[in-house]
Design a protein around this ligand. Structure first.
Ligand SMILES: [Zn+2]
Length: 609
């Protein structure tokens, strides 16, 4: 896959997609909706197109000055642009943000921020923040990915041979496209290595290529800001924050090394400058690039917030150490810029991305409380959770002195209600962290909790009166083992209450249509952002299929309801979450009627004979 010189087909698809979305006026609609959300954008730099520099800026990390100036004018027209510190402060208190608040950030600290971005910012009187990887400034050393790009781009050889997976691998460098592809592959590899192994591989590249950025760094377009430039910008609305010293990915370092990178850059900035932000920006900034220990280091050293590169709007419920940002690299095309900054692009990617990746993000962000908090949020997801829970409790009825098995318990979403109703509860979840959290949240003589899954429950035969499985079946590869296991652990006349996504709900139908339409241009999108396409695994059921499966395993269906009637289809549901919830609330009475096939999911009670 050559992600950065898109193929003709990919290019056509991309143009087609941009045009289609532009005609639909999605960016404009997105601006009208979700006024209460804040936006943080991320640039890396601004530089005029140049030639004869190897493969410099082939990933379009720096956009052109003309595009940048136009973007600023557009942002100023449509948003209230605040200094980042003010935006972060107002995020912490509900209702304090002006509608459509936005903050502008630059990462890394390249000299071109001063030469090509700052003049426009000053002219338009727009505040911005620069997060500096301080090695660029002092002692004035190139960052690792720039060394790589330079060595690959300036080598006089037609190929280089590198140690790779315990053997050797040849990387062709005959054409610019080959150089870009080689750079891409090696860069991704280094990101996954420990810092030590990564720098060894990088040195091998420089030795093999016979080109080293360090020798020409200060005259190269990879050079960093000077202290004088930084101070001058600080006098005109630019604030400065830390972004480590060497731009190492923090989760690949030991905690001591990570702390050194964070505090080293922060202390140096504070020694040299009067004002430094107590906000940090993670190198690379994806969910895998930092972890709970990184956040602990930030807290201990007095940082009150940190910026990721997870593309999303920033609402007030956010963890301040995982603030999202929209990256505006490679947005010279104004349509792509508008789609990115208004969140349409990330919405599409959430729709089309594999569930696993989404869950990983969400899981991380949570840690804990926010998963449970999702149940209380006024979002469509929160409403769906609440409806599912309400109907489940309604179906269960009185359960005093019964033994209830809660499979997929999460951090204990139903636990409190079940205990209050007098049941003894066995909570089971596949994620150890969830069980830990549940144990920390609830202590009760009638509560037990253990790690496990529905296909192997590890409980004695006929030991439970009721088994609940919400949001479980869709992630299995078949129903067989799960139903067999439920039948085994339930007593005679015991009941299983399970939820299933409804295949024919209009909302799911529409998502499938979108998926089919956008599959091709989406591939192009993914190619541009360097991701490989994945299939989406998420099973959906028809009412008939649920009845058939239940019968097959000897269960009798005694109750069948629909939950969450989502009338507003994607992307309107995401743009107008309150309206979506209000409409679904009005339709909730359809749960047990013939119209239940309109619901996004079913909840079913199955009785063991
Ligand atoms: Zn960076």
């Amino acid at each position: 896959m050559i992600a950065f010189f898109p193929t003709a087909a990919g290019n056509t698809a991309k143009q087609w997609l941009f045009t289609a979305l532009d005609i639909l006026q999605l960016p404009r609609l997105a601006l009208l909706s979700r006024r209460d959300q804040a936006t943080i954008v991320l640039y890396h730099g601004v530089i005029p197109p140049r030639s004869g520099e190897g493969i410099f800026n082939y990933r379009k990390k720096f956009i052109g000055p003309q595009a940048f100036a136009e973007q600023l004018v557009w942002l100023k027209r449509h948003y209230v642009i605040l200094p980042l510190a003010e935006l972060v402060e107002r995020l912490a208190g509900p209702g304090q943000l002006p509608p459509r608040a936005l903050a502008i950030t630059f990462d890394d600290g390249y000299d071109n921020v001063y030469t090509h971005a700052f003049p426009h910012l000053r002219r338009l009187n727009i505040p911005a923040s620069v997060f500096v990887a301080t090695d660029l400034v002092q002692p004035g050393k190139p960052l690792w990915f720039d060394r790589l790009e330079y060595a690959i781009g300036h080598s006089r050889k037609n190929s280089i041979i590198l140690p790779w997976d315990g053997a050797f691998r040849e990387f062709p460098l005959s054409t610019l496209a080959e150089r870009c592809a080689s750079d891409q592959t090696i860069r991704q590899r280094i990101k996954l290595l420990t810092a030590r192994a990564g720098s060894k591989l990088l040195e091998a590249v420089e030795n093999q290529a016979g080109a080293e950025l360090a020798k020409t760094f200060s005259a190269s377009p990879y050079r960093g800001l000077s202290w004088e430039q930084i101070k001058e910008m600080q006098g005109s609305g630019i604030t400065i924050g830390a972004h480590t010293r060497s731009h190492s990915i923090l989760s690949r370092l030991t905690p001591a090394e990570a702390e050194e990178e964070i505090t080293g850059s922060y202390l140096l900035l504070r020694q040299r400058l009067k004002d430094v932000l107590d906000i940090f920006a993670y190198p690379n900034g994806q969910p895998d690039d930092f972890d709970a220990s990184t956040i602990a280091i930030l807290r201990q050293n007095g940082f009150r917030a940190a910026l990721s590169t997870i593309p999303d709007l920033a609402g007030s419920a956010r963890n301040p150490y995982v603030l999202p940002r929209f990256t505006l690299d490679n947005t010279d095309d104004p349509r792509l810029f508008r789609l990115t900054v208004t969140g349409i692009r990330s919405m599409l990617s959430q729709l089309l991305r594999p569930r696993r990746a989404l869950a990983a993000d969400e899981y991380f962000e949570t840690s804990a409380e926010s998963y449970a908090k999702a149940y209380g949020e006024p979002t469509p997801e929160g409403f769906s959770f609440r409806e599912r829970k309400r109907l489940t409790l309604e179906m269960i009825g009185p359960i005093r002195d019964q033994r209830v098995l809660d499979i997929g318990s999460g951090p204990g979403v139903l636990t409190e209600e079940l205990l209050e109703a007098g049941a003894s509860v066995m909570a089971i979840d596949i994620a150890p962290a969830m069980i830990e959290l549940l144990k920390a949240r609830f202590r009760h003589p009638r509560l037990e909790a253990q790690v496990g899954n529905i296909e192997a429950l590890g409980l004695p035969e006929r030991s439970c009166d009721i088994a609940i499985a919400l949001g479980v079946f869709e992630y299995l590869s078949s129903d067989q083992h799960a139903l067999g296991e439920l039948k085994r652990v339930l007593k005679e006349s015991g009941r299983a209450i399970a939820s299933f996504p409804n295949l024919w709900s209009p909302w799911r139908l529409w998502n499938r249509i979108l998926l089919a339409i956008f599959k091709f241009p989406w591939r192009a999108f993914q190619a541009l952002s360097g991701h490989k396409p994945h299939p989406i695994q998420h099973r959906e059921y028809t009412a008939a299929a649920i009845r058939r499966v239940a019968r097959q395993y000897g269960f009798e269906i005694t109750d069948f309801a629909g939950y969450n009637f989502k009338l507003l289809l994607f992307p309107l549901d995401r743009m107008f979450p309150r309206l979506t919830v209000a409409a679904a609330e009005r339709m909730a009475s359809l749960a047990r009627t013939r119209l239940k096939f309109l619901a996004t999911g079913y909840i079913v009670t199955m009785k063991k004979p």
